[in-house]
Write a protein that binds this ligand. Structure first.
Ligand code: TRP
Ligand code: SF4
Length: 327
């Protein structure tokens, strides 16, 4: 039987934004129709950088999972759970750590980059170095065939494949080597023109209300070479216009391009049109999210059922692992 299993995790950073909407989430939604999916909140991975500041993690998980569910990630189709509720991830992590050369981890470009950039935190820990080993465990504990990831995660997935190969070489064929499914993401810019990110404070969240969304859209940077309405503008230089491509229908957009270049439409009016489209597009999502959030036990119930199913599957793999390892 063809292996149609997919595993993907997201570190709980709280509410998701439009960048997630057009990247990871849309992709998960498609995959869910075709594959057997395991989607989880990678809270242990959060600990690799947030070990000194753990209070926010459980709220972040709730907000993130509400976004998943409101978006259409369906607990009837997919297994939705929290990493730390499935102890087999940690058990396999321990075993894989025995066979993973430290040099593989030290040469990982993401490792070097994060250590250089996140200087406010002491990341010279065993756990941070072992981030890819835990990720490998997350994936192969379900014997997944494919892993949807962004470009930045490709080196990690390569380490997963190497670890799986090494295990199979040492103890016999237990794990398939999971393939990366590169997620195509349109680059979603934040209000200030940098990549949209919660940590930059430039994000429009899926769960923002209509009023906040409007305010945020109206504050977006436009063509900086167009100080006055009477100056012709250029949509290709305009940050706000990157969202027009995602939210405003083609015909209307063509009209805007022409009247921007012809200095007929002002940026305020132009962004009002955009804001309305964004609000209209997100309205059903937001209504659904409010409904789900009003049920006090829903998220917990979904996560408990997911953990149960995931634990069963992971437990099956661990039996094979023990048999192969003879320990
Ligand atoms: N490292 C991933 C990220 O930061 C999150 C993650 C953890 C993950 N375990 C995973 C993704 C397993 C895919 C599969 O985005
Ligand atoms: Fe951007 Fe619209 Fe202003 Fe043109 S009119 S610069 S597309 S906001």
């Amino acid at each position: 039987m063809e292996n149609k299993r997919i595993v993907s995790g997201m570190r709980p950073t709280g509410k998701l934004h439009l960048g997630h909407f057009h990247g990871v989430l849309s992709n998960w939604l498609k995959l869910q129709q075709e594959f057997e999916c395991f989607f989880f909140a990678a809270d242990w991975h959060s600990l690799t950088t947030e070990y000194a500041n753990t209070e926010g993690i459980s709220d972040s998980i709730r907000e993130m999972v509400l976004d998943w569910l409101a978006f259409g990630i369906d607990p009837e189709k997919s297994t939705i759970f929290i990493q730390s509720q499935v102890p087999q991830h940690a058990e396999l992590n321990l075993i894989l750590s025995m066979i993973t050369p430290v040099s593989w981890l030290e040469r990982n470009p993401t490792y070097k980059e994060m250590q250089e950039n996140l200087t406010a935190k002491d990341l010279s820990t065993f756990g941070f170095l072992g981030y890819p080993v835990l990720m490998a465990s997350d994936i192969i504990v379900y014997k997944a065939a494919r892993v949807p990831v962004g470009q930045d995660q490709i080196p990690h997935l390569e380490i997963t494949r190497e670890i799986a190969r090494r295990f199979n070489y040492l103890y016999g064929e237990v794990f398939p080597e999971p393939a990366a499914l590169l997620t195509e993401t349109p680059k979603v810019l934040g209000l200030d023109g940098r990549k949209m990110s919660k940590s930059y404070g430039n994000a429009i969240f899926l769960s923002d209300n209509a009023e906040d969304t409007r305010k945020k859209v109206m504050s977006m940077v436009t063509d900086v070479q167009r100080p006055f309405k009477s100056d012709p503008g250029e949509p290709d230089r305009c940050v706000a216009f990157t969202l027009h491509s995602l939210y405003v229908p083609d015909e209307k957009r063509a009209e805007i391009v022409a009247s921007c270049r012809g200095a007929q439409i002002g940026c305020v009016d132009c962004k009002k049109i955009l804001a309305q489209s964004v609000v209209d597009t997100l309205a059903p999502f937001r209504a659904r999210r409010d409904e789900l959030a009003a049920d006090p036990s829903l998220v917990e119930d979904v996560l408990a059922a997911g953990a149960h199913k995931a634990t069963e599957e992971a437990g099956r793999t661990m039996k094979d692992v023990r048999a192969a390892l003879k320990v």
